[in-house]
Design a protein around this ligand. Structure first.
Ligand code: HEC
Length: 408
């Protein structure tokens, strides 16, 4: 039963993660649009830099923005931070449940690098920490004096990271880690720069001093990066649904293109809210990058088929040695490999669905738990029972997988 419990833990955390992320990103979109849409009619009160009238849910809202701060601080001040913190916390928990608890399934590709499970997990966590240190360092370097130069440096850093990781993890592991690094950069900025700087500003104002304008500038840069990174980070977080993208030999270029697409689209909306202009060229850029990414995704990463990997890790060897492995393999070949092989026979499939290949003994062993959930006790696979798997065969999957329950 642990496989079932584990899967439900996964659902619960994923659900939380999606909810908090929607709240955070919604808030980011709302505030950027609000900020850019502020108008300055004559007669605004002292210190007010712009205002907006909005109607929503049966009421009218009149918002005013004080550029630095109001003359007197209000008693109650709402800080926006928990949406961001919880998105990161739940995201990290999901990374643990899905990838670090079972690195051999989706993180390690022994044809890329034969890592031990703990090693892959350590590298994954290390990459998150190092990613933050490098990003934060870039933002504090002299480069940051020029916003464009900084953005280009951040872009180059992310693509280089993706490229480097293609020598360490499976394609899927690369995508989720670049996504997680971006998520860490975004929440790190909120926790370490935006909120602390804002607190310093409030403290200075309360003490009757003029706050250092640098504090506001730094926070603004980070918040702008966060806004531009929202669309790419969403793609990367959902990337386990896009095996064509992550299993391509050009997967790191595709990550770069996705960042370009996300930034171009945000730029369109930001410019529209700020100046009422519609820079249509951004859609040309986004569409071209999209088509290019789709084309690049048709070149599979062939390393997996030529490279000789080392000895089979103990956990996989144990799964191969369980009773009935031979029967399980025959069932998989008969009922699953139509779709789940490197080059699926099934028409309409360009790559194995969700990147799940079941065409070698090792792959079957690595996916024991998935096979159990999807086709043993579950009825999700084969879809519509297209290959006519029998109840008895499902029971064999379940018995074989259950025999290894203690291995987890
Ligand atoms: C007709 C093609 C087809 C056949 C046959 C098939 N699958 Fe799938 N499989 C799919 C598709 C499509 C998906 C992706 C479903 C989705 O996007 O949620 C998938 C997804 C999966 C996943 C990943 C699920 C997840 O959410 O991560 C597993 C594991 C899996 N299949 C196992 C099997 C097993 C075991 C068999 C044989 C008993 C099998 N499949 C037979 C098409 C097939």
């Amino acid at each position: 039963m642990t496989a079932v419990a584990w899967d439900w833990a996964n659902f619960a955390i994923r659900w939380l993660h999606v909810i908090t992320a929607i709240a955070w990103i919604g808030e980011s979109f709302y505030f950027i649009a609000l900020d850019l849409g502020l108008r300055r009619p004559p007669g605004l009160p002292q210190g007010v830099n712009g205002e907006a009238w909005q109607v929503h849910g049966g009421g009218f809202y009149h918002l005013q923005k004080y550029n630095v701060a109001p003359a007197a601080m209000p008693e109650e001040l709402h800080w926006f931070k928990w949406e961001s913190y919880w998105t990161w916390i739940s995201g990290f928990a999901l990374l643990c449940v899905l990838y670090y608890a079972d690195p051999e399934l989706y993180l390690i590709d022994r044809h890329v690098l034969d890592l031990p499970g703990w090693g892959a997990t350590a590298i994954g966590i290390g990459v998150l920490i190092l990613g933050w240190i490098i990003y934060d360092g870039l933002c504090r370097s002299p480069l940051a004096r020029d916003e464009r130069a900084l953005s280009v440096a951040v872009f180059v850093f992310l693509v280089a990271l993706a490229y480097g990781l293609t020598f360490v993890f499976s394609g899927r592991g690369v995508f989720i880690h670049v996504g997680a690094v971006i998520g860490t950069m975004m929440t790190g900025s909120v926790a370490m720069v935006i909120i602390p700087n804002q607190r310093k500003v409030v403290a200075a104002l309360k003490a009757g001093e003029t706050p250092d304008p640098r504090l506001g500038r730094e926070a603004k840069t980070r918040s702008t990066h966060n806004n531009y990174l929202t669309l790419p980070v969403l793609f990367l977080m959902l990337s386990n649904h896009y095996p064509l993208a992550f299993s391509s030999r050009w997967n790191f270029v595709i990550i770069g293109l996705v960042i370009v697409i996300g930034v171009a689209i945000r730029h369109f909306f930001n410019t529209m809210h700020a100046h009422g202009l519609k820079p249509w060229w951004t859609w040309g850029v986004a569409t071209s990058a999209f088509v290019l990414a789709a084309w690049l995704s048709t070149f599979p990463d062939t390393r997996r088929d030529v490279a000789e990997a080392g000895p089979v890790p103990a956990r996989l060897a144990a799964a191969l040695a369980r009773p009935n492995f031979g029967e399980v393999r025959d069932i998989v070949i008969g009922r699953c490999s139509l779709c789940h092989s490197q080059e699926p026979v099934r028409e309409g499939l360009a790559a194995p669905p969700k990147g799940v290949r079941l065409d070698t003994d090792e792959e079957i062993a690595a996916h024991a738990r998935e096979i159990y959930l999807q086709a043993g006790i579950g009825r999700a696979m084969p879809p519509g029972n297209i290959t006519e798997i029998t109840g008895e065969e499902r029971a064999k999957f379940a018995a074989w997988a259950m025999a290894g329950e203690h291995e987890r």
